[in-house]
Write a protein that binds this ligand. Structure first.
Ligand SMILES: Cc1cc2nc3c(=O)[nH]c(=O)nc-3n(C[C@H](O)[C@H](O)[C@H](O)COP(=O)(O)OP(=O)(O)OC[C@H]3O[C@@H](n4cnc5c(N)ncnc54)[C@H](O)[C@@H]3O)c2cc1C
Length: 431
């Protein structure tokens, strides 16, 4: 009888609840499916996953496979729908229990249900929430319906009543006897129907995917350069790798846990420095949790045009305006610079994201979901809850109590006073 870990957005060996639970059994196998659905055109006309995140994911799976191999756990990798591949795999490999991270958005639920429906009822599925800083069982709310609409309320209550769980001990290697042969290979971009990608030297995210690379980034940002000690002062930056932690792409696919980062901050505070800046990184991780709880509370409402506020606006949809926004050819140079950055690198700063989202939805009055779907396609760090939650927030249909519209000219003057960022991205015609 084998235990199977079905990896989804928990692509790590360290501090992985499903893997730790599976390792209590004798023989452990891992499976990962590159689901072709995620590389096709979605509802708004964009590929659900473009090359930037696809390549990052490939790099991530290569490292996961290597790291699991060191524990004598084979990772079987397929380009196939989970609902087709996993039931077959379970049948062929005498699987007793499947361990997986609990997701709750519609597409992920449908995929899981389709897998469960196709396997014998004697196979157990054990799901664990593993993407949070504050575990859902530990928060001071009896049900998700009680999650407040305003972030500050949520943060203060959780900070008072909830402790972040410790990081799990790393699993011990399994015996190397009876290893099951694994001839599966990690696909290339081409295997996923995508063309190759050349690197843009201007990128603020020059890193590769994978758990080991995530740990290296923590090592560098926290310990070697000690940039964490200045985080709050630099986090609104626009140019280069140092202005913020850049941990989001690894967090989004679970190459590193939020708990690991939290405890690393605590260690830094204990041994190097504790200040507003070190606290602020945790503050931002709480934002990340908040959007997950908003999505748990509101379900599919986060994808609807009225958002969670049920607000009606006169949304427009213009193909021409969409093309101008995407290609960075609007009348606003600061918006254009940011849009060119994401088109060329899959990355955009938080300051940039707020501005282009507000410009798209509040100034151009275009259907905010088109912008969110474009981000979903392009972003290296796409995370369903953070993306759709932040888009709602910036589009006047979400959690912003102030319902702000960004003045991009003033924002450019404040955050790009010498025009360095704009010069970097506007110096050439890209399209
Ligand atoms: C329109 C829009 C769309 C966004 N889409 C995504 C997305 O798909 N995935 C994503 O991870 N973030 C998203 N964000 C949030 C934020 O922009 C990024 O998390 C951040 O820029 C990542 O850079 P960093 O890792 O250097 O962040 P840091 O400033 O170093 O922050 C540390 C971590 O805190 C979390 N965090 C920071 N700000 C936010 C925030 N506003 N909301 C949620 N979590 C936050 C991230 O996990 C981040 O890695 C979006 C923001 C906007 C305005």
């Amino acid at each position: 009888m084998n235990n199977l870990v079905w990896f989804r957005n928990d692509l790590r060996v360290r501090d992985n609840i499903s893997l730790a639970k599976a390792c209590s059994g004798n023989q452990v196998l891992g499976i990962y499916c590159f689901d072709p659905v995620l590389f096709r055109i979605g509802d708004y006309g964009f590929k659900k996953t473009e090359r930037f995140r696809a390549r990052f994911l490939i790099e991530t799976i290569i490292q996961l496979k290597d790291n699991l191999k060191k524990l004598n756990i084979p990772l079987f990798v397929y380009v196939d729908n989970p609902e087709k591949r996993i039931p077959k795999f379970i049948g062929e490999h005498d699987v007793h229990t499947v361990f997986l991270q609990k997701e709750w958005t519609q597409e992920e639920n449908e995929t899981r249900d389709a897998v469960v429906a196709k396997v014998s009822s004697s196979v157990n599925f054990e799901e664990s929430y593993d993407q949070f800083l504050f575990h859902p069982d530990d928060i001071p709310y009896v049900s998700f319906q009680q999650i407040p609409r305003v972030f500050t309320k949520f943060r203060k209550k959780c900070e008072t009543y909830t402790r972040v769980r410790p990081v799990l001990e790393s699993p011990k290697a399994k015996p190397s006897t009876n290893l099951i042969e694994n001839n599966t290979v990690v696909p290339s971009l081409r295997d996923l129907g995508l063309s190759n990608l050349s690197n843009d030297t201007r990128t603020a995210f020059p890193f590769q995917g994978g758990e080991t690379n995530a740990q290296k980034r923590v090592q560098d940002y926290f310990w070697e350069t000690q940039k964490l000690a200045f985080y709050k002062k630099t986090r609104n930056g626009l140019v280069g790798q140092g202005y913020s932690s850049k941990l989001s792409p690894w967090l989004a696919n679970g190459s590193i846990s939020a708990r690991t980062i939290y405890w690393e901050v605590k260690e830094f505070e204990r041994t190097v420095k504790k200040n507003q800046d070190t606290y602020w990184l945790v503050f931002e991780l709480i934002w990340r949790d908040f959007f997950k709880y908003v999505s748990l509370k509101h379900g599919n409402q986060i994808f609807r045009i009225e958002g969670i506020l049920n607000k009606k606006y006169d949304w427009k949809t213009s193909k021409k305006i969409t093309e101008q926004w995407i290609s960075g050819q609007t009348e606003d140079p600061f918006i254009n610079a940011n849009m060119r950055e994401i088109a060329r690198t899959g990355w955009m700063s938080n300051r940039g994201r707020q501005n282009v989202a507000s410009f798209w939805s509040r100034v151009l009055e275009q259907d905010w979901r088109i912008g969110a779907a474009y981000f979903e396609s392009m972003l290296l760090d796409y995370d369903v809850h953070s993306n759709w939650g932040n888009w709602m927030y910036n589009s006047g249909v979400g959690n912003d109590p102030r319902n702000r519209i960004f003045n991009s000219k003033r924002q450019a003057e404040r955050y790009d006073p010498n025009g360095k960022f704009q010069a970097l991205w506007l110096q050439e015609t890209l399209f």
